[in-house]
Design a protein around this ligand. Structure first.
Ligand code: FEO
Length: 402
């Protein structure tokens, strides 16, 4: 895609990465992604963020369709993660900017990635503002959204917020704006991104949304560094409300069952638990971990108020995919969920208890004790699994009714 003028003298100069599937090194990006960078042409010319290192030639080509690189006066680095700053050293070499603006934690990260001793780095904090001539850029620190260094850049004269990772989606597209996408696809991409990247920082999301209101940021254009840009009042309202809803993590009346199995005994338990959920009128999703990437499972959790995990006991522990899934989920710190644990065994039977301990460490209340069954589930084992599903389902339904 060629550069696009998204406001007067403000250009998208980023790159779409249609081939990306491994986002940030751990998350699945089935729709690809984009690295959005922006160029403001004013009395001072400002580049906001860069791109991943491999995309540096495309960024430079886009930028130079508007101004020669050496005409860039300022580079604003909203975040140092390498999908945004991987091309920073190349751009500093080409642009030789008068100033590089970043937060104080950003300066530390920058020095960790690059030899910045000769770079004209100037740190900024919330409330600081620079003039570009006819416009200003105000900075808002957004610590842990996504790293300690993260910040927003706001251009009041253009009512434009450049939000870096926040409000992003993993979408590589031939179009640039959210109103050009199907709303259901966009909403799914926002949930996928939030649940795999932003979820641990839900409280910071709520504080940032409150701060934006307190600072009276009038936003007509919301431009994240990944995915589509929000340019209509409806779309700006949509993404702000969607972030608040996702960050609040109110219980949802649906359960997620994920499991691995060796000889289908744990798989049969999963199906019986699902029957119990149905008896409690709770919808469910079952995910067999050999068929689903951990990111898909996390995304499914966005619509689920309960997590029921199963593994057979293997060498006194859990099967590796279950360990990986629980580790990934624990790091993303989901809140306000009920939990449940199950699994078959042949002789020692530790797995369900170990799962229950991990769910407990995530502060998930478990309405039923961990359930194990010896070898192949018998009639009474399947009834016990249904009872576990009913018990969790009824508790979830009661919580969602209030
Ligand atoms: Fe897309 Fe935290 O970088």
């Amino acid at each position: 895609m060629a550069p696009v003028e998204i406001r007067k003298d403000l250009f998208w100069v980023g790159t779409a990465d249609f081939g990306c599937r491994n986002f940030h090194g751990y998350s699945l990006a089935p729709r690809g992604t984009s690295y959005n960078a922006y160029l403001l042409r004013d009395e001072k010319t400002v580049l906001f963020d860069t791109v991943q290192a491999h995309a540096a030639p495309a960024l430079l080509r886009h930028l130079e369709e508007i101004v020669p690189a050496e005409k860039v006066d300022y580079i604003v680095v909203n975040h140092l993660e390498q999908d945004h700053a991987g091309a920073l050293d190349e751009m500093v070499r080409r642009c030789r900017p008068e100033k590089i603006f970043c937060s104080a934690p950003g300066a530390k990260s920058m020095a960790g990635y690059f030899d910045t001793r000769d770079w004209p780095v100037q740190t900024v904090k919330t409330g600081d503002s620079i003039s570009t001539g006819r416009r200003h850029v105000s900075f808002v620190e957004t610590r842990m959204l996504h790293w300690p260094d993260s910040m927003f850049s706001y251009i009041p004269e253009e009512k434009t917020l450049i939000s870096n990772d926040a409000f992003g989606q993993n979408i590589a597209s031939s179009f640039l704006y959210a109103d050009q996408a199907e709303r259901s696809d966009l909403s799914a991409a926002v949930e996928e991104y939030f649940y795999n990247i932003v979820l641990p920082f839900s409280s910071q999301v709520l504080k940032t949304l409150d701060l934006a209101a307190e600072l009276k940021l009038d936003i007509e254009l919301l431009a994240p560094d990944h995915g589509l840009i929000f340019r209509t009042p409806e779309d700006v309202a949509f993404i702000l409300a969607k972030y608040r809803e996702l960050a609040l993590q109110k219980p949802r009346k649906k359960a997620l069952i994920f499991y691995d199995t060796m000889w289908q005994s744990t798989g049969q338990q999963a199906l019986a638990i699902a029957d119990g959920l149905s008896e409690a009128d709770v919808p469910y999703r079952i995910m067999f971990l050999k068929n689903h990437h951990h990111s898909e499972v996390m995304t499914a959790l966005a619509s689920c108020g309960a997590v029921i995990a199963g593994s057979p006991t293997h060498n006194n522990g859990l099967l590796p995919l279950v360990v990986a899934m629980l580790t990934y989920m624990k790091g993303l710190r989901p809140q306000n969920r009920l939990g449940g644990a199950f699994g078959s065994y042949g002789w020692s039977g530790e797995a369900p208890g170990q799962i229950a301990d991990i769910l407990g460490s995530m502060k998930m209340e478990q309405p039923a004790p961990p359930l194990k069954c010896l070898y192949k589930p018998k009639k009474e084992d399947l009834e016990a699994a249904r009872a576990l599903g009913r018990s969790i389902g009824r508790e979830l339904a009661a919580r969602c009714a209030v």
